[in-house]
Design a protein around this ligand. Structure first.
Ligand code: C5P
Length: 211
């Protein structure tokens, strides 16, 4: 398509969203948080009383869902059956169920298609778990943002979120379809000791080398 994708992957609460958002501003690229899409499907599944641990039921619910993705300036937008779930995407219930929903192959297939479609319209910086390995495997721009588990769990607790990040990481790494891993060609950025400023500088340095 001629458009460029920058893939930012890594485990939960590694700081990849903050880095991706800052890169988006500095480089003027549309930023897409793919976790939001998995959370949106999970939000709808939970809301409709569907068992998130029943892959067949989740796949059936997905069939009936109208998931719309778009762009607003440098931000991406998303609605489920016309509704933007907003802050409900970060609820304790969504945190607890999202890794089950994200392991369903039909869910991944559908969301990966939506993620790839962004590239038809613009360059993107996209963050997630499998962006460099499965969504845009051919892009040269791949960063895997990691941090110590205690640092990551502490980040969630600091904002009062109830979320077992190590639990999600284990499920996300062990699933069969497109698990969390360091993609071929990705550079690892250890964010444990960084400030936002120095992390973004390190990310820009990696991108320059990959270009
Ligand atoms: O990035 P975030 O923590 O919001 O992602 C929520 C969940 O969505 C992850 O724990 C994972 O289960 C799923 N996810 C995924 N693939 C992606 C992005 C997120 O499986 N590319």
């Amino acid at each position: 398509s001629g458009h460029v994708a920058i893939a930012i992957d890594g485990p939960a609460a590694s700081g990849k969203s903050t880095i991706a958002r800052e890169l988006s501003k500095r480089l003027g690229l549309v930023m897409v948080n793919s976790g939001t899409m998995y959370r949106a499907v999970t939000w709808k599944v939970v809301k409709d009383g569907i068992d998130a641990e029943n892959p067949a039921a989740v796949a059936e619910a997905l069939e009936k869902m109208n998931l719309q993705c778009g762009v607003d300036g440098l931000d991406s937008t998303l609605t489920v059956d016309g509704i933007d779930p907003g802050e409900e995407l970060r609820s304790q219930e969504v945190n607890a169920h999202v890794s089950h929903v994200a392991a369903v192959p039909e869910v991944r297939r559908h969301l990966v298609d939506l993620q790839r479609s962004y590239l038809q319209h613009s360059d993107v910086i996209m963050e997630g778990r499998d962006i460099g390995s499965a969504v845009f495997p051919d892009t040269p721009y791949k960063i895997y943002v990691d941090a110590d588990p205690s640092v990551r769990q502490g980040r969630r607790e600091a904002i009062g979120e109830i979320d077992s990040v190590t639990d999600r990481d284990r499920k996300d790494s062990q699933r069969e379809t497109d698990p969390l891993k360091v993609a071929d060609g990705a550079r690892v950025l250890d964010n444990s000791g960084h400030t936002v400023e120095t992390a973004v500088e390190a990310a820009l340095e990696i991108l320059i080398q990959q270009g």
